[in-house]
Ligand binder design. Structure first.
Ligand code: KIV
Length: 305
């Protein structure tokens, strides 16, 4: 079947047809293009960037400029997936005007298809304002990492009837405000199922069980590329970190033993040319111009000599 660019309408149709939606995070061109080629519906340039790529202790320090920089790289690698840019802490919390201006940067400068922001009932009017400006918004409820301190830490949310009811009310208010989908993080499976059935828009779960309309994971977690900790809801489909370490150690060994580069990876010149090199000054060879390499401005790999 011919693949088409994923739109909010296509995501709604998937929910209606009972087909699960797939979403993963990406932060750069290379991984984004692999994910897109693998047929994933949605790519989130999450502010998890701060932890898994930039090495911060939380998502709180991530800036708008950092997000825009990485969203642009992801955009260049993606043809089909619906790209969502995550609004960082304090980029949408101060005023509606600022929230719209910052959301606009994700669309105008970075080429994202939508923005995501965290918050329940209290975020509904901000969602409405951004949507009214013509920008699709994905909401995020449950465990909201930017304000985890207020929630008493990184804990499962909505475990009792009162807080569960509040999450359901939040989801309904966000849908009414115009959100095109909702991430639900770390909530009990049956509550996630109830919310998903109560909404017209798709729910995307992370640590919210199988009854959501779709699932999202941080790609670095799924690939075993983040070593600091692994949340319970993460399934590591491969452990890349030890594989990468092994390759890097093999390279180190070969360089130190002068096994790399071998003739296969080396350029040669004819002996007569070598002996004909004109020497300008003692110890300084004549420079015949730049060598083309992956790092030259023209780009391109020179390939075999
Ligand atoms: O920043 C992020 O990656 C997220 C996902 C965990 C949903 O918000």
């Amino acid at each position: 079947m011919e693949r088409k660019k994923v739109t909010p309408q296509a995501l709604l149709a998937k929910k209606k047809e009972g087909k699960k939606i797939t979403m993963l995070t990406a932060y750069d061109f290379a991984l984004a293009s692999f994910i897109d080629q693998s047929g994933i519906d949605m790519i989130l340039v999450g502010d998890s960037l701060g932890m898994v790529v930039l090495g911060y202790d939380s998502t709180v320090p991530v800036t708008m400029d950092e997000m825009i920089h990485h969203c642009k790289a992801v955009r260049r690698g993606v043809q089909y997936a619906f790209i969502v840019g995550d609004m960082p802490f304090m980029s949408y919390n101060i005023s509606r005007e600022e929230a719209i201006r910052n959301a606009g940067r994700f669309i105008k400068e970075a080429g994202c298809d939508a923005v995501k922001l965290e918050g329940g009932l209290e975020a509904a009017e901000t969602v409405r304002a951004i949507v009214s400006a013509g920008i699709p918004v994905m909401a995020h409820i449950g465990l909201t990492p930017q304000t985890a301190g207020q929630l008493g830490g990184f804990k499962v949310q909505g475990k009792d009837a009162v807080s569960a009811r509040r999450l359901l009310d939040s989801a309904l208010a966000l849908e009414e405000a115009g959100a095109c989908s909702i991430v639900m993080e770390c909530i009990p499976d049956k509550l996630a199922g109830l919310i998903s059935k109560s909404l017209r828009i798709p729910t995307i779960g992370i640590g919210a069980g199988p009854e959501c309309d779709g699932q999202v994971l941080v790609t670095n977690d799924l690939l075993g590329l983040f070593e600091r900790f692994t949340p319970k809801f993460v399934k590591q489909y491969i452990k890349l970190f030890p594989i990468i370490k092994e390759a890097v150690q093999a390279y180190k060994k070969e360089v130190e033993a002068v096994k790399f580069p071998s003739s296969e990876h080396t350029f040669v010149m004819e002996a007569k040319e070598l002996s004909g090199i004109r020497v300008k000054k003692k110890g300084k060879l004549k420079n015949d111009g730049p060598v083309k390499s992956r790092h030259s401005r023209a780009g391109g790999n020179p390939g075999p000599a």
